[in-house]
Design a binder for this molecule. Structure first.
Ligand code: BGC
Length: 449
């Protein structure tokens, strides 16, 4: 029998550049994603976030949609350059107003806002000053955070500083598939470190200005060794350190994993102890984004990790090539509990891109693989709760099909289908399924489809 508590948060998640559209409206400044997507050949099919889901103008309808599903929380991000077009200095009141109206609309519908300050769209003006490579960025971020806290804390009770620092660094500074598109082994550790320092500064500001909860969102992809071979095990440890513990250890334990020096070699600096003290601020909760796991083996390839993923031929893979493996969500949450002292935790993203049938059958859109994915993963969250993990909420990625970064609009993660020609929203079966889970507080997870 599955029963989640009454105060459990059931939400959906999105991010500013992926859904809002109108990125330069009402005095907003460009972000690095505006630049990146307008540079030929960097994003599939030349897609941009210029219109996206037009959420900037249709947010009221989207809030009504959330309400119709019975969700009681919504996780979204603020576009820094809407609020501060130059990234610092003068506030753009119209940009700030948009988020105020959105928050008020949510509250009127009984939906609790969870606000992410940074979901990858750095103001372009700050990138011109070095972006995440410039140590000053921590002060710019803290000042921006203060603007948001002063305006909305109280109405917003749950804040997160950064979304997925690993992806920002790995995609933006090491492999270049995401904005700002750099490829440097020397830049990557610096970007990560400045992201973590920025997080620390923002938490400090929150302690001075805010009255509720602040945390961070980390994507965790647990690594399982492909065999007992010591080389495979060591490769697995390196991959885990690089992707997961590189962020969690400094935040909770005040130190980087030992493996980091091994991973980056001469590109790994000695970091000042005072920086690590800054990064290790008390946080009120941890947001965990979970999509998949990786089975890892040793690889001779000289590329940093000397590790390679091993495909699982009998498994289901999503359209982004991620293995569906719900047990790892339970394992991850239990691991967080054991390693980091059971912080209050939210699953801040979980979901899957699957091929959706292009034709709608009346107003029905069947997405059985996504339904199955959600069923198994929400059940896995429950299993973690049974093992004593303090998980307080779950957010599906995503409410809407949206701009999936360098994949453009080719990967659909929504539980609500978006026709990008007409902006028509249509519930997929997974949305109805999720509504049923919420209404029954998980009871319906065990009833056959
Ligand atoms: C990100 C989202 C993204 C999703 C699916 C997460 O890494 O936070 O912005 O759309 O994964 O790729």
């Amino acid at each position: 029998m599955i029963e989640f508590p009454r105060d459990f948060l059931w939400g959906t998640a999105t991010s500013a550049y992926q859904v809002e559209g109108s990125p330069l409206a009402d005095g907003a400044g460009p972000s690095i994603w505006q630049r990146f997507s307008h540079t030929p050949k960097l994003v599939r099919d030349g897609a941009t976030g210029d219109v996206a889901c037009d959420h900037y103008r249709r947010y009221r309808d989207d809030v009504a949609l959330m309400k119709s599903l019975g969700t009681n929380a919504y996780r979204f991000s603020v576009s820094w350059s809407r609020v501060l077009p130059e990234g610092r200095g003068k506030v753009n009141a119209a940009g700030l107003d948009f988020y105020e109206r959105l928050v008020d609309a949510l509250l009127e519908s009984g939906i609790e806002p969870m606000v992410t300050l940074y979901h990858w769209d750095l103001p372009a003006a700050l990138d011109d000053r070095g972006g995440w490579l410039n140590p000053e960025v921590a002060n710019w971020f803290a000042d921006y955070a203060a603007v948001m806290f002063r305006k909305l804390d109280g109405r917003v009770k749950t804040w997160t500083t950064l979304n997925e620092p690993w992806v920002i660094t790995d995609g933006g500074y090491l492999h270049g598939a995401l904005a700002p598109g750099h490829r440097s082994r020397f830049e990557a550790p610096i970007a990560s470190h400045n992201l973590l320092r920025s997080h620390g500064e923002a938490v400090k500001v929150y302690r001075a200005e805010g009255r509720h909860r602040v945390g961070i969102v980390i994507n965790i992809e647990p690594k399982y060794p492909a065999s007992d071979d010591p080389q495979d095990r060591a490769a697995t440890q390196r991959a885990d350190a690089y992707m997961n513990r590189q962020y969690l250890d400094p935040i909770f334990l005040g130190r980087y994993p030992d493996e980091m020096a091994e991973v980056f070699g001469e590109a790994w600096p000695q970091w000042p102890a005072e920086d690590l003290a800054l990064i290790r601020q008390r946080i009120d909760f941890l947001g965990v984004n979970y999509y998949t796991r990786s089975v890892t083996r040793y690889d001779r390839d000289p590329w940093l990790l000397h590790a390679a993923p091993v495909l699982q031929p009998r498994a289901t893979y999503t359209e982004t090539g991620w293995e569906v493996f719900p047990q790892a969500l339970t394992d991850t949450l239990v691991w967080v509990k054991q390693r980091y002292g059971n912080p209050p935790t939210y699953v801040t993203e979980n979901g899957a891109a699957f091929f959706d049938p292009p034709a709608l059958d009346g107003d029905r859109l069947a997405d059985p693989l996504r339904v199955d994915y959600l069923r198994k993963h929400i059940t896995a969250v429950h299993a973690a709760r049974v093992q004593g993990v303090d998980v307080r909420g779950y957010f599906v990625w995503s409410l809407l099909d949206n701009f999936e970064w360098s994949h453009g609009y080719s990967k659909r993660f929504g539980i609500v289908h978006v026709d990008f020609e007409t902006q028509k929203r249509t519930l997929k079966d997974s949305a109805r399924f999720y509504a049923g889970v919420i209404a029954s507080r998980g009871g319906s997870l065990t009833t056959p489809a």
